[in-house]
Design a protein around this ligand. Structure first.
Ligand code: ZN
Length: 327
């Protein structure tokens, strides 16, 4: 698990096969999902959230998650993540062999009741049951368990959620036995100042190791600004979706998750190592567009990289003019 960061500065965690696909009506054929995941891995993506263990009647788009996890596990070097809404889902994820499981806890209790039909206390009961499941496994077989604080930057039902409440719920998740907490801007309400403030508050309460990643949506166009704010203070894992697949039901034309291609271009052009081949990544879009009719977003895919751009270099125009000129 820890060597997932070897040779890279930033981990780009692809969530399109889960977050993207769950947000569209079309059902991607299982084979296309497999091809997509394989191609992402070939392009250098090291972690993919490949599905969610929810009842098929709720999300028929993700009904094949068990098979997808099993397939993804056969790809060398790929960390396979899955979302689990409860202990039953965690059991299925463990059986399929997921390396990482994420349980979302909506910090807005109203949203939690509407989404998971559970109060916070009821979600904590699920967390306890999952921790018990994990403890029954040999240490080397235990998936990494993340409790994701969703709607952390505001909720469509409750509006602003006090930061102290988010921190308190994070403390509870860690006390119950999560390996880590995550921060998710489910609604696209976050701004860069808030992102920094929230991360610092969680680090102050739980320590830096308890929070390394962030899940950002681009609903209001602040996605990359928020990612940069988090990057600046030391967050190293960023969830994103190829082509921003999934869109946003509340804002037609706006992408859902931040766009993987744009995120990778930003990081790569800043001279940060992601291990991802941007040209190969851009090609992966063809697999998705051939499988589902839904729109793909992204500025870099539309505009291309700048003339003379060197991928995986030391950055564009940051004191490396000689190197750029020589190549
Ligand atoms: Zn999301």
């Amino acid at each position: 698990m820890s060597d997932i960061m070897s040779g890279i500065d930033v981990l780009v965690s692809e969530v399109g096969p889960r977050d993207g696909l769950q947000s569209i009506k079309s059902i991607m054929p299982t084979d296309a999902k497999k091809n997509w995941i394989k191609a992402m891995s070939d392009a250098g993506i090291r972690e993919i959230e490949v599905g969610s263990f929810v009842p098929a009647k709720l999300l028929p788009q993700l009904a094949d998650t068990g098979e997808i996890v099993q397939y993804a596990r056969t790809i060398p070097g790929l960390q396979v993540a899955a979302l689990v809404p409860n202990a039953k889902g965690a059991e299925a994820a463990i059986a399929a062999g997921a390396h990482k499981i994420t349980l979302p806890l909506s910090v807005s209790e109203t949203h939690s009741l509407k989404n998971l039909r559970k109060t916070h206390e009821q979600v904590f009961e699920e967390v306890k049951a999952i921790v018990a499941l994990l403890k029954a496994l040999p240490k080397d077989k235990r998936p990494h368990f993340e409790g994701s604080l969703s709607t952390a930057f505001g909720c469509t039902l409750e509006g602003y959620i006090p930061e102290a409440q988010v921190v308190k719920l994070g403390e509870r998740l860690m006390a119950l036995g999560c390996d880590e907490v995550g921060l998710a801007d489910t609604t696209g309400y976050a701004n860069p100042a808030q992102v920094k403030h929230m991360i610092k508050a969680i680090w102050a309460a739980l320590g830096k190791n308890a929070l390394t990643g962030i899940h950002i949506h681009n609903t209001r166009g602040l996605g990359l600004a928020n990612a940069l704010a988090a990057l600046d203070i030391g967050i190293t894992t960023f969830d994103s979706s190829l082509g921003g697949l999934g869109g946003c039901p509340f804002a037609p034309g706006a992408s859902g998750n931040i766009v993987t291609e744009d995120l990778v271009f930003m990081l790569d052009s800043m001279g940060l190592k992601t291990g991802i081949d941007l040209a190969k990544l851009l090609k992966v879009r063809e697999i998705v567009t051939a499988a589902v009719p839904d729109p793909m977003y992204g500025f870099t895919p539309d505009a291309g990289v700048p003339k003379g751009y060197i991928q995986g270099g030391n950055g564009w125009g940051i004191g490396n003019d000689t190197k750029l000129a020589a190549e």
